[in-house]
Design a protein around this ligand. Structure first.
Ligand code: PCA
Length: 324
């Protein structure tokens, strides 16, 4: 090597070392597949942070529960094993009822109502997560939840005895109230649970029905639009505090952008996912009046139970939501 080349080589090695020292690497475990809209939104968010921080903060999104399983992600962020992560809040209702308020049937069953419920829930949520050493960066709803079953569902009685996949305490409680048999299965294991016959029905969005190729096993989706549970993106507070101010600002800005983008994506994709389900052989069933009556009754019972457990703090969230 001649002298010039040696110098060039040395210079680039120094640059690399400099970059490495100034660069922070974060892991972001997520529980849903890479092509799910929540995950695509996270990937865009990570790219935005990279760009806005001038490459100083590199966030790796680990999709499909590949780093931590869905129920483990919250604790991983709290304990700092991951600097940030995406959770389905309704999964944590047993820990604190307010995490699960958006999983109650028919309390908030449209995007507008869901936005109001989020606004009502947010101050309590931020306080709780703050006490746990975390920050709420943003939250985005799944599309409205309907019933996947091997036949059209005309009333709650049609659900009796079915092997029912639950993803949260609330979806398990619905099964108990309608006499179905709940088995908790997270999205990453759902295709397998259908293939092996462990479950034959469940409630979820068109999004998860499409992601898991539910149409290969189950042919009917009754479009109840019963609730819109939210994914929340959490950040470990100590990891955040360790960033320099401009990088913190970049992260917060990218988070706010991701929230706005995510709500719009969820809405737009809802129709797309339903079309894709149809294209793949799923029949979309409008909800029969009897089913709506039955499911609203289930919702009323669950709200009552929820309020008993959530106490005055929960009542305050519901009151503030109902006033909006
Ligand atoms: N999909 C997730 C949660 C809600 C949804 O629409 C799931 O079924 O696991």
């Amino acid at each position: 090597m001649n002298l010039t080349r040696r110098l060039v080589c040395l210079a680039s090695m120094l640059t690399l070392a400099g970059t490495a020292a100034a660069q922070t690497k974060w892991d972001l475990p997520a529980a849903y597949p890479a092509n799910n809209f929540h995950t695509e939104n996270l990937t865009q968010f990570a790219a935005d942070v990279d760009k806005a921080s001038g490459g100083k903060l590199k966030i790796t999104v680990h999709a499909n529960a590949s780093l931590f399983k869905a129920p483990e992600i919250k604790r991983a962020v709290q304990g700092g094993q991951a600097q940030m992560g995406e959770i389905l809040m309704a999964n944590f209702q047993n820990e604190w009822q307010i995490f699960g308020i958006d999983g109650l049937p028919f309390l908030a069953d449209s995007y507008d109502a869901s936005a109001k419920l989020y606004k009502a829930q947010k101050p309590a949520l931020e306080k709780k997560l703050g006490e746990q050493g975390m920050m709420l960066l943003y939250a985005v709803p799944w599309p409205p939840q309907g019933i996947y079953a091997k036949k059209p569902i005309a009333s709650a009685a049609d659900l009796k005895g079915l092997k029912w996949r639950a993803y949260s305490p609330a979806t398990a409680r619905i099964a108990e109230l309608v006499g179905a048999q709940p088995v908790t299965v997270q999205a990453a294991e759902l295709s397998q649970a259908m293939a092996t016959g462990v479950i034959e029905s469940y409630m979820s969005s068109g999004s998860t029905g499409y992601d898991t190729k539910t149409y290969e096993y189950i042919k009917f989706w009754t479009d109840t639009q019963a609730w819109l549970p939210k994914n929340a993106v959490l950040v470990n507070k100590a990891a955040f505090d360790a960033l320099d101010k401009p990088t913190q600002a970049a992260l917060l800005k990218a988070g706010a952008d991701a929230e706005a983008r995510g709500w719009a994506l969820s809405k737009a994709k809802n129709t797309e996912y339903i079309d894709l389900l149809k294209k793949n052989g799923m029949t979309i069933v409008p909800p029969a009046p009897q089913l709506v009556t039955d499911m609203k009754k289930v919702g009323d019972t669950m709200l009552k139970e929820w309020l008993e457990k959530a106490g005055p703090e929960g009542q305050a969230v519901v009151d503030s939501y109902k006033k909006m």
